[in-house]
Write a protein that binds this ligand. Structure first.
Ligand SMILES: Cc1cc2nc3c(=O)[nH]c(=O)nc-3n(C[C@H](O)[C@H](O)[C@H](O)COP(=O)(O)OP(=O)(O)OC[C@H]3O[C@@H](n4cnc5c(N)ncnc54)[C@H](O)[C@@H]3O)c2cc1C
Length: 265
């Protein structure tokens, strides 16, 4: 690992200003994705801007029909939060299934979505719930946030401050995790709102994506039976040492039915 300068600003504005001054700096949240990247020599930033002293970014609260989760909220805080359990229990459950206890105690919502791992869990929630990402300078709709493999709409020095999740009538997440890493081989989140159903898949492609065919099938009949016979093509899905594209297509159907059953229960 190469040497780097370390900064610990006290506010979001200071953090952004610090990053702007660096030739090649990076924000550091829980370090659960960034530190392995540094150790492997896959990135050599000149500066790390730690967000750990900016507690305002860890706030979790309800605001009318939205749940607002600060970027620095850890997976464990989201999992245990009474507000999250009361408003979007499916999101609390999703956070509780990320990695292991150590990862959940350090890893954060903001770090997860900024990293945009194609097998991460939160991207499915951002898409299925139609969330909005609040940064230091704008709001980005969830559908526009994930651009590709480890690629988002964020600018180099843009700080995720919070994610605004509309509160659905019902939602649930079902994941078939890798036995080794716990990352999703396939994860499916379904959410029913008064205006329709949203279904998002993670782990199966270069980035999380919505599945309009499943959304239409569930719109008139929000039950696992509505998904019987709905074809899920394997074309374009990931194929690797853990699972073929065909197997992932099959898993999408199984996880979608499990998620709907859990949400409808
Ligand atoms: C063993 C292991 C198992 C895991 N299993 C899972 C799993 O099952 N499911 C899953 O979803 N994830 C899993 N993860 C990843 C984990 O969830 C990470 O916590 C997450 O991907 C990154 O969050 P972080 O806070 O640690 O971010 P960091 O590692 O600190 O940062 C990651 C990236 O995001 C940027 N960043 C961080 N915060 C912000 C911000 N607020 N604004 C802008 N950019 C920011 C950083 O500059 C960096 O580029 C696992 C990780 C490990 C090590």
């Amino acid at each position: 690992m190469k040497n780097f300068a370390f900064h610990r600003p006290k506010s979001a504005a200071e953090a952004v200003a610090a990053l702007k001054r660096c030739p090649d700096g990076k924000f550091l949240a829980g370090g659960q994705s960034l530190l392995p990247v540094l150790k492997l020599g896959m990135a050599e930033p000149s500066d790390l801007i730690s967000l750990s002293a900016i507690r305002e970014l860890a706030d979790i609260r309800r605001d009318g029909d939205r749940l607002i989760v600060g970027a620095l909220a850890t997976h464990d805080e989201v999992h245990r939060s009474p507000v999250v359990k009361q408003t979007i229990p499916g999101l609390a459950a999703l956070a509780g299934g990320i990695g292991d206890a150590q990862v959940r105690n350090r890893g954060t919502l903001g770090g997860s979505i900024a990293h945009a791992d194609p097998a991460a869990d939160y991207p499915a929630a951002v898409l299925a719930l139609g969330a909005t990402v609040q940064t230091d300078r704008r709001r980005i709709g969830g559908d526009d946030f994930f651009r590709g493999l480890f690629e988002t709409a964020l600018e180099r020095d843009e700080l995720v401050q919070a994610v605004h999740f509309p509160i659905p009538e019902r939602c649930a997440y079902a994941k078939f995790g890798s036995p080794a890493s716990k990352y999703a081989l396939v994860g499916v989140m379904v959410a029913r709102f008064a205006g329709g159903v949203r279904v998002a898949v993670t782990g199966a492609g270069p980035k999380a994506f919505r599945l309009p065919t499943l959304e239409s099938a569930l719109a008139g009949n929000f039950s696992p039976a509505a998904l019987t016979g709905v074809a899920i093509p394997a074309q374009g899905l990931r194929s690797d040492m853990e699972a073929s594209a065909d197997y992932r297509a099959h898993l999408i159907g199984v996880m979608a039915r499990r998620a709907v059953a859990a949400a409808a229960a």
